[in-house]
Design a binder for this molecule. Structure first.
Ligand SMILES: Nc1ncnc2c1ncn2[C@@H]1O[C@H](COP(=O)(O)OP(=O)(O)OP(=O)(O)O)[C@@H](O)[C@H]1O
Length: 296
């Protein structure tokens, strides 16, 4: 079976400015892929083109075997979409919202199961207008998965979640991916990308700067480690090395056992990400006037 998402040379311009400037992307079935990048990098534009909500100016896009610009309702039925902005369904309850959305799909999930999966059982029959920001976001995620999508798009899904809700959400995403759902998410939380994603892509100024597993992004796995320890006199030492095991063994042999206050750290995903985007952190250029655009 072909990859659920196959993109080559994707371009989108607003006026004279390229918001997406030649992106290639292939995402495999059951993969969790995180798109990272600073504000205005082109993530939402890319994702909305894949969802069929925006037209592209160049390149080819294949999503679940079809071009989103020409795909119909049958295709849309196989997608789950959680947008950045929350739903405006203040007067009905989460249970009602999920039940009416479920009706649109051919193979919906059980509403009670979805309520449990997103942690809204206690709020199932309250008006949505009374939910907190994080609870509304959970409902958005529930609405995105109630149709049993083959491909799930999540735009900054855990914004406003408390730490426990984020952990619960991560577990949910893991089990959806284990069940074969392909997931493309955008996030500004590097720990979320590290925890969830099989691979991450870093976008800046509409270009893909790096694409790899979280562990290997930007050559991270081979970057030097920092070893710190204290000697007998209580003086703190710091050494950067590509062979930390050898250094620690030597230190341990020298002191004849435990090395006092030993730490070994490697660059975090956030360190690597910040280093990657640093040359592109020039702020928001003067762009075109906003263009309202929705593909019917
Ligand atoms: N409708 C539009 N009309 C004109 N310019 C737009 C439009 N939508 C997006 N842009 C511009 O395209 C660029 C990419 O925007 P996009 O929303 O894709 O970024 P993003 O990576 O999703 O950012 P964020 O992290 O803030 O959500 C930005 O410079 C933005 O100002």
């Amino acid at each position: 079976m072909d990859a659920p998402i196959l993109v080559t040379g994707l371009r989108k311009t607003y006026g004279s400015r390229a918001a997406v400037d030649g992106i290639d992307l292939r995402i495999e079935r059951g993969e969790v892929f995180a798109l990272l990048g600073p504000n205005g990098a082109g993530k939402t534009t890319t994702v909305e083109i894949l969802e069929g909500f925006r037209r592209r100016d160049g390149g080819s896009v294949n999503v679940l075997g079809e071009d989103p610009e020409r795909a119909g309702l049958g295709w849309r039925n196989r997608l789950g979409i959680v947008l950045q902005s929350s739903t405006g369904l203040d007067l009905i309850t989460p249970r009602e919202a999920l039940a009416s959305t479920a009706k649109v799909y051919r193979t919906p999930r059980d509403v009670d199961e979805v309520l449990a999966a997103v942690g809204l059982v206690d709020k199932a029959d309250d008006r949505i207008g009374k939910l907190s920001g994080g609870q509304r976001r959970r409902l958005d995620v529930g609405l995105g998965i109630v149709g049993t999508p083959e491909l799930l798009f999540l735009d900054e899904p855990t914004t406003g979640f408390d730490p426990q809700a984020r952990r619960d959400f991560w577990e949910l995403i893991g089990s959806l991916a284990d069940g074969g759902t392909t997931i493309l998410l955008t996030t500004h939380y590097l720990d979320e990308a590290e925890h969830l994603a099989d691979r991450v892509g870093v976008i800046a100024m509409g270009r893909m700067l790096a694409l790899d597993t979280p562990a290997n992004l930007g050559g991270r796995a081979s970057l030097e480690a920092t070893v710190t320890w204290e000697d007998d006199a209580g003086t703190r030492h710091t050494e950067r090395t590509s062979t930390p095991t050898r250094l620690v063994a030597a230190l341990s042999a020298r002191v004849g056992g435990e090395v006092p206050k030993l730490t070994v750290t490697r660059p975090s995903l956030e360190d690597t990400y910040l280093a990657l985007i640093a040359p592109h952190a020039v702020g928001e250029p003067v762009g075109a006037d906003p263009v309202a655009e929705v593909v019917a």
